[in-house]
Design a protein around this ligand. Structure first.
Ligand code: GUN
Ligand code: ZN
Length: 429
């Protein structure tokens, strides 16, 4: 079956942090041709209709914007139920809310229920790919990948490894982390649309021995991603200094164990030294900006200027440290943090971060994150006037950006008209 989707279409031909608006391609009366799960063509509606007279047409109208689906590059699906928990900062928050909740994932039935619930929540927000931490329990990884496969999603995840500074019942060892990760990787990596991610939680909860073992596993499977946390909160950075007095800085605690190179994905990365910034750029590592989390847990203000140093930067909710499942809300928070730092991010930059930027951070830009021939057809259709407040704010809009920005700042799941996953619509809402 060939599908032709009509509406306004946004895609990117370059990086808006280099090129500004010129990096975006906007078809005001556009079309996306979808064939066999992939995007076959994008262009003006009239031309594509003539060229493909037998395609099944879905016309979303002028008030809809067809985009690549959102990519949430750093989440903890097991924290779904503790999202929006009050009053703690990082270390306290982990001990009070996170670890007790993650303990419950020793039960495979609980893991399966939350994995399905989580993925349905984010799909309703227009997110078609996530990169998730699981818990130390292998069953939490099985549950996540099974739920993602059942929905046809391209998804990234790994067993969260911790062998110190975590409660009894939530600790593995260097050897079991290596063995379990290796087995899960062998079972899931490259199956359907799934990728395994080697996942030490962060230096405070992994001994040097565990980091070394996971570095060895990564050398054996260099095409995997490796994800962890870096320099999120000042107290955490001080704790890492105490735990690793010989290290040059926080990043060095990963670097010495072979955990810094292309394919390394570091969440947060707020309190970086000059050496860390230089090494991250040199090594080709990726950073993930988690703006609602960074304000909610009180971590600090990410420096978006790092993008222009050639570092790949993605955008993420960081559920459940983040306070929303929505990438629209996450773009709004990124805008607000930019304002506080004197960097007013253009709507084109915000949209790029939530799609192509996150795809690049996950090294998946040849598959997802844009509308271009050959890419997988994971799409979101946005209603540009989804609430009375947004509708009245867009009435005099002259450009796509003026029309889109109120949805970025005020939009929620009501703005998500339809989601396409692997070339199939999930069902109109
Ligand atoms: N650092 C280590 N673990 C976590 C986590 O689960 N959430 C956040 N926000 N930071 C972390
Ligand atoms: Zn995290």
């Amino acid at each position: 079956m060939t599908d032709l989707l009509l509406g306004q279409v946004i895609s990117f031909t370059g990086d808006p942090f280099e090129l500004g608006e010129a990096a975006a391609r906007h078809e005001a009366r556009g079309a996306v041709l979808v064939e066999n799960g992939r995007i076959a063509a994008v262009g003006p509606a009239d031309a594509l209709r003539v060229a493909h007279p037998r395609a099944r047409i879905t016309d979303y109208g002028d008030g809809a914007l067809i985009s690549a689906g959102f990519i949430d590059a750093h989440v903890h699906y097991p924290q779904t139920a503790i999202i929006a928990s009050w009053g703690k900062r990082l270390i306290d928050w982990l001990e009070t809310y996170t670890f007790p909740e993650e303990m419950r994932f020793s039960d495979p039935a609980h893991a399966a229920e939350v994995a399905g619930r989580y993925l349905d929540l984010v799909l309703a927000q227009g997110t078609t790919t996530v990169c998730s931490y699981c818990t130390i329990h292998p069953a939490s990884v099985e549950a996540f990948f099974e739920a993602a496969a059942a929905r046809g999603l391209r998804a990234y995840a790994g067993k969260t490894c911790m062998d110190r500074n975590a409660p009894e019942g939530l600790r593995d060892t260097a050897q079991s982390a290596y063995d379990d990760s290796k087995r899960l990787l062998g079972r899931w990596h490259g199956r359907d649309r799934l990728s395994y991610v080697i996942t030490p939680r962060f230096s405070p909860t992994s001994t040097p021995g565990q980091l070394e073992a996971l570095g060895a596993l990564w050398r054996e499977h260099p095409d995997c991603l490796m994800q962890t946390h870096l320099s999120e909160q000042a107290d955490e950075v001080a704790w890492v200094r105490d735990l690793h007095p010989q290290a040059r800085d926080y990043l060095d605690t990963y670097e010495v164990h072979g955990l810094l190179r292309e394919g390394a994905v570091f969440g947060h990365a707020i309190h970086l030294t000059a050496r860390e910034k230089a090494r991250l750029a040199e090594a080709g590592a990726s950073l993930v900006h988690c703006p609602t989390s960074n304000t909610f847990i009180g971590s600090g203000l990410f420096d978006m200027g790092l993008v222009t140093r050639g570092i790949r930067v993605g955008l993420a909710t960081d559920t459940g440290g983040g306070s929303s499942f929505s990438m629209l809300r996450t773009m709004a928070a990124a805008y607000e943090i930019g304002q506080l730092r004197g960097q007013a991010l253009h709507p084109a930059q915000l949209w790029w971060l939530a799609t192509q930027g996150s795809a690049q951070a996950l090294r998946a830009e040849d598959r997802i994150g844009n509308i271009a021939p050959g890419l997988e057809a994971d799409l979101v259709v946005i209603d540009l006037a989804s609430t009375p407040a947004i509708e009245q704010a867009t009435r005099r809009a002259g450009s796509l950006w003026q029309q889109l920005f109120p949805t970025i700042m005020m939009g929620d799941d009501r703005a998500i008209r339809e989601v396409w996953v692997g070339g199939r619509p999930l069902g109109r809402r």
